[in-house]
Ligand binder design. Structure first.
Ligand code: UDP
Length: 344
């Protein structure tokens, strides 16, 4: 019998790409989502890409414990990948209670149900934000986490700790936290991708929306940093590569190949790219010219962060494969697809 993976937040940007790769790898997937930050576009896209029409979809909120329990009584779940969380850094500063309540309660409910219904593997979607403004570059998994600069970042740190403590207290539960760097791009089919609501906060959706004419001008936040071209450095990880890291991590858990009951992996490329480089590469590969200007630094931005990916490469047997050119092409194709759909 195929192993069944519950993907919380599975109708969203990363969740939908992970669902595709899990199905490609031979897993059965149950998608659960409260649709608070997405519509059915990506879920429908996943069905088209995989050719699988019967992927169970449960509309539910992980803050509702009864609904979470029902998942475990309705399905035999071998592993859970937990994405369901709010993720806008700026919004979290303005609405901390909403962020703490949603991100912590949903995860606690999930773990409580897992503890009640028996052995399970938990993969938590964490973030490089847990490293804060570190000087220790590139960051390894043992680089010290620094106090978070936002409630959002704090929820990632707290959830990592909750998972670690839960795993140590319950030997039948295993946990992995994947710390994502900057996920970008879309599936090569252009049928799934990132669908930001309102004005995008992240760089690549802002770039693609400027290129298509939804935004007038891209603001580059700060060109006076002590970096080679003055703009910030980040580690942009292709979303399909990122999704494959989840498959590798879940398989490691399910096959009992973990070295510790709780493990952490950085998921990035290991290559820093500046904001300006990203913009000019986007222009070049898509043969267009982008309207942009350099403005003040954005408060809270770290100057530079990128991953040491040795551990994920060695232990997960995973490596980022798509080039930045391919990734930026896919982001543009997705934007064009979405705009066409919207204009119909
Ligand atoms: N950035 C920018 N203009 C934008 C959005 C982002 O110059 O409209 C920069 C931001 O200052 C940072 C990088 O792009 O240096 C990545 O930002 P993003 O919000 O995508 O991810 P973060 O690394 O902040 O989580």
């Amino acid at each position: 019998m195929k192993k069944q993976i519950l993907v919380s937040g599975g109708a969203g940007y990363i969740g939908s790409h992970v669902t595709v790769e899990l199905i490609n790898a031979g897993y059965d997937v149950i998608v659960a989502d409260n649709m608070s930050n997405c519509d059915m576009t990506c879920y429908e896209g996943v069905k088209k890409i995989t050719g699988k029409q019967d992927i169970p979809f449960v509309e539910m909120d992980f803050c509702d414990y009864g609904a979470v329990e029902k998942l475990f009584t309705d399905y035999k779940i071998d592993a859970v990948i937990h994405f369901a969380a709010f993720k806008a850094v700026g919004e979290s500063v303005v609405k901390p209670i909403m962020y703490y309540k949603n991100n912590l309660l949903s995860f606690l409910n999930l773990l409580e149900a897992i503890q009640k219904y028996g052995a399970c593997n938990v993969l938590f979607s964490s973030s490089a934000t847990v490293y804060g403004e570190t000087k220790d570059l590139p960051v390894t998994e043992s680089t010290q986490r620094l106090p978070s600069t936002s409630p959002y970042g704090n929820t990632k740190q707290i959830c990592e700790d909750i998972l670690r403590d839960t795993v140590y207290a319950h030997p039948d539960i295993k946990g992995i936290a994947l710390r994502y760097f900057n996920p970008i791009g879309a599936h090569p089919s252009a049928l799934i991708g990132e669908l930001p609501r309102g004005v995008p906060n992240n760089l690549v959706p802002y770039i693609t929306q400027t290129a298509i004419g939804k935004r007038k001008c891209l603001n580059i936040f700060g060109n006076d940093y002590p970096t080679p071209d003055g703009t910030c450095l980040r580690d942009y990880i292709d979303v399909v590569d990122l999704a494959k890291a989840h498959v590798a991590a879940v398989t490691r858990m399910i096959e009992g190949r973990m070295k510790e009951d709780y493990e952490i992996f950085n998921v990035g490329t290991g290559c820093p790219i500046s904001v300006l480089e990203l913009v000019t590469t986007f222009e070049k590969v898509n043969n267009l010219s982008l309207n942009y200007q350099c403005v003040e630094r954005r408060p809270g931005d770290v100057m530079a962060i990128w991953a040491d990916t040795t551990l994920a490469n060695q232990e997960l047997g995973w490596k980022a494969e798509r080039t930045i050119e391919e990734t930026l092409k896919s982001a543009w194709q997705w934007e064009q697809y979405i705009s066409q759909k919207e204009n119909k």
